[in-house]
Design a protein around this ligand. Structure first.
Ligand code: OAD
Length: 234
């Protein structure tokens, strides 16, 4: 580990599974219960905003009852103690990484606990429902707030910063993601091209497992604390 200085970590739904938040593609996962095209596209929101707002109101309420698990806690510890560059890029829209204490964090798919005003472009913390069409606290417009979530067909956030970090990475670690959704699924190849070591920590081989130099399979709540211990104890 001596030559590792810059670490980029990608997390997905699997890192929050042991906190009781459903993943998307596991058996019984969210995309078995709801069709992506009904709740997670701009077209769905235009067609049936109540359905979409109700779905996200339920999810927003649910995540506030969950707590970080040992995987979030270990990553927060690594963030606090790692002396080199480190970036945690999460596809998750829950706030469990930050509640565990992580600071060097990008929510590339948005944040459940934010609302976004499509009239004035303000983003603001939001814990309550949006279905009742509250006025935007920033500009006063009515009916213009939407979940600050990146839907299918929309551009993930802060991609320039993420790609820059990937080109600088000595180690890229992917945790709890199926590797089914781009651009995140392509990060491992970007990192490899820049010469980074690559490690997958996931319950099972992901769709992109082939691209990782090393893979460990099991629950994130066990694998991640053990890996962080290794890295910090180097
Ligand atoms: P998925 O549901 O596609 O994949 C979750 C992965 O976590 C699977 O490979 C599981 O095997 C693994 N897993 C489940 N429980 C685990 C545990 N306890 N420990 C470790 N691994 C575990 O979720 P994502 O890959 O995050 O996008 O999905 C990517 C994106 O697709 C999401 O951000 C979301 C979704 O549609 C948007 O909503 C834009």
């Amino acid at each position: 580990m001596e030559e590792i200085r810059n670490i980029v970590i990608l997390t997905g739904a699997g890192v929050s599974a042991e906190s009781g938040i459903d993943t998307f593609r596991d058996a019984g996962g969210l995309w078995e219960q709801h069709r992506v095209e009904d709740v997670a596209t701009p077209e769905a929101f235009a067609r049936d905003p109540d359905l979409v707002l109700r779905f996200y109101d339920m999810r927003r309420e649910a995540i506030q009852t969950k707590v970080p698990n040992p995987a979030h806690e270990a990553l927060a510890r690594l963030d606090a103690e790692w002396p080199g560059e480190l970036l945690i890029v999460t596809q998750n829209v829950d706030d469990l990484h930050e509640r565990a204490g992580a600071k060097r964090l990008i929510h590339m798919h948005g944040d459940h606990l934010n609302a976004w005003c499509t009239a004035c472009d303000a983003r603001m913390p939001w814990t309550g429902p949006l279905l009742d069409r509250p006025a935007c606290p920033a500009c006063g417009a009515g009916g213009t707030l939407r979940p600050d979530i990146v839907w299918f067909g929309e551009m993930p956030y802060r991609m320039d910063e993420i790609y820059h970090a990937l080109t600088q990475a000595d180690l890229f670690v992917s945790i709890g993601t199926s590797g089914a959704v781009y651009p995140a699924a392509g990060f491992v190849r970007e990192a490899r091209q820049s010469g980074a070591r690559t490690l997958e920590l996931n319950m099972e081989p992901s769709q992109g497992s082939y691209w990782f130099a090393e893979a460990r399979h099991g629950p994130a709540g066990v694998l991640v604390p053990a890996w962080v211990e290794e890295v910090l104890g180097r």
